[in-house]
Write a protein that binds this ligand. Sequence first.
Ligand code: HAM
Length: 449
Amino acid sequence: MPSPNPLKAVRGTRDLLPPETALWNHIEQTARAVFARYGFGEIRTPIFEVTELFARGVGEETDIVSKEMYTWEDRARAQSEKPQSLTLRPENTAGVVRAYIEHKLGETGQLQKLFYIGPQFRRERPQRGRYRQFWQIGVEVLGPPSSGSESPLRDAELLEMLATLLDALGVRNWQLQVNSVGSSEDRKRYDAVLRQALAGVKDRMCPDNQRRAETNPLRVLDSKEPADQALIDALPKIADSLGEDSRAHFAAVLAALDACGVRYTINPRLVRGLDYYTRTTFEFTIPDGSGLGTQNALLGGGRYDGLSEMLGGPRAPGIGFAIGEDRLVLTLQAQAEADAKATEESGAPHLAEMWVPKLDAYIAPMGVERNAAALALARELRRAGLSVEIGDGSFRLKKSFEAADRVARHIVILGEDEVATSTATVKAFATGEQIKAPQADLVQLLRHR
Ligand code: HAM
């Protein structure tokens, strides 16, 4: 009988394996540590929600909702249940605001500072840096206006935190692009201006942009269609449609960024692909050639002062961002590879390997009769806090040395004589020094300096 084809992970999804997962953990630990310094708490929302949440929150006309969601009709299991349309979350902001409303977090009167780390799902065309299951590290800051949630200080503080996080991770050459898309009234005004301008040129645009020009003209601005770029660049700028309040808010955000020395570029086309944004929008990008290819947005975010009300909640202005963790990993890996090339280190370690420290010891029992003694010794050392791997008594000495050198700083050899005298032969790979020592001294001897 022919053997069946082995099954593979679904297109656009992937397995994350060691040692790369060590880099993922390093990134997440660094993010958690930075968020803690700014007073954030963790929120975990469900991975699926009712479809209507995203239709109302993110917007029917966005690419995400109109073509990228994983949606299914969930059958009723009991008479008391109704079938309902559910969706794997394509992003987490709508879920967080839904939770804010559901748990009446606004009634505390306090500013809510929440972060999340988790997978999101979008049926996009997979390519480097773009997957159908991808991870986001995100933050949402929201609350009643009396909690200071609308203040431009929140925007600037969030952007300053991002600059600090990217610096802490060693991300180089990031660029912060900012814009203001104004209040919902400003947006209405701009919508009319844009429709009028598009009426004259839309026939020369791609079919997608022709449709957007009718249904949601703002979305034309984030079109990547190369042939339409010159026409789009010539369209009226949103900055000219902003009311006095929005202008003052944006100016205050920029002034606070100047005051703390966070550099930025104003990008008048940065309207972002989700409908809930108001006022400040931003992205951190990495220049071409640093691992991300065309997917150069490392993270994106902005204000969403009306989202809670769109979802049936109280007034709760907010601002947040989400980092594409997959893209952060690619960026750090590309940087490490470039560094290795620059210093002409042959066979430089893969970046992820640099996050996996070598073990303190590799115990090599000489002969299977010594296996049990090796396990007993490993137990002692591990319980004292050392990291230890055990080989096997069936390995020849040369094989044990090679294996040990790969994963550990020391090899601990347990032969017949050593077991009989409660000693061990220890070699430190860094110095080549080899000594025979009582087992009672090993914790001290092997401990990481
Ligand atoms: P977004 O711009 O759709 O915003 O996604 C944020 C980041 O997630 C992107 O900059 C990118 O790094 C990453 N990302 C998005 N799609 C993919 C994909 N298919 N594969 C890999 N990475 C991807 C949001 O999701 C908003 N919820 C951000 C936000 C939070 N705004 C306010 N609060």
